[in-house]
Design a protein around this ligand. Structure first.
Ligand code: SF4
Ligand code: SF4
Length: 192
């Protein structure tokens, strides 16, 4: 690590990338305290695309000094990351509006997957034309029993932008603010 007057420069290669990611909290603290700009210096091509994705976004997030903007950035990156995975792997495998979990459970079968629930009074008001009109991070992080059994589980401890940037109370709001809009969650994250 090199620190000059206003920058922290950290060399990254395939061997140390995990270690560097694990140090995110320390780097974040150092940069925020001294208003340093962070620069990761890649010494070679990083072969693990997932690690490269996270480390680049860690660098971007640390360099956003306005906390609300930083949280907004993290929120958007995590939501798009999960959306992309669902699109790519078609986890819920909807057929005629019925997902795989409810197709496998004919006694409770209904349309619209977990966006519909008798216990919650029917169809979620945010669902319009088969698509969610808000960006609800807690809904995106949720995996039903079927998905969990099939190892689809976006646990916060495996998402570096959540794991290293938020405390326990903030993580609670990220996980349990079901059906809430982005601004609601951001305001909760900013509460002292
Ligand atoms: S998470 Fe499970 S219950 Fe919800 S839509 Fe997907 S497969 Fe269906
Ligand atoms: S807020 Fe959640 S439950 Fe409601 S439509 Fe969006 S994803 Fe579905």
């Amino acid at each position: 690590m090199i620190i000059d007057s206003s920058n922290v420069i950290i060399d990254v290669n395939n061997k140390n990338i995990n270690r560097v990611i694990r140090k995110t909290k320390k780097i974040l603290k150092l940069c925020d305290k001294n208003n340093y700009k962070l620069k990761f210096n890649y010494l070679e091509n990083i072969t693990d695309e997932s690690k490269l994705f996270w480390i680049k976004n860690i660098e971007k997030a640390i360099n956003i000094k306005d906390i609300k903007k930083r949280y907004s950035f993290i929120y958007d990156v995590v939501c798009s990351y999960i959306d992309d995975k669902y699109k790519k792997y078609n986890y819920c495998d909807f057929k005629d509006d019925i997902c795989i979990f409810f197709r496998n459970n004919p006694n409770i079968c209904h349309k619209n997957g977990c966006c519909y629930s008798d216990a919650r009074g029917g169809l979620c008001k945010n669902l319009k034309n088969n698509s969610c009109k808000i960006k609800a991070i807690s809904c995106k992080l949720y995996s039903c029993e079927y998905l969990r059994k099939n190892k689809v589980n976006f646990r916060m401890k495996y998402i570096p932008l959540i794991k290293y940037f938020f405390n326990i109370k903030q993580k609670y709001y990220i996980k349990y603010s079901f059906f809430k809009e982005k601004n609601y969650v951001l305001n909760k994250l900013l509460e002292k």
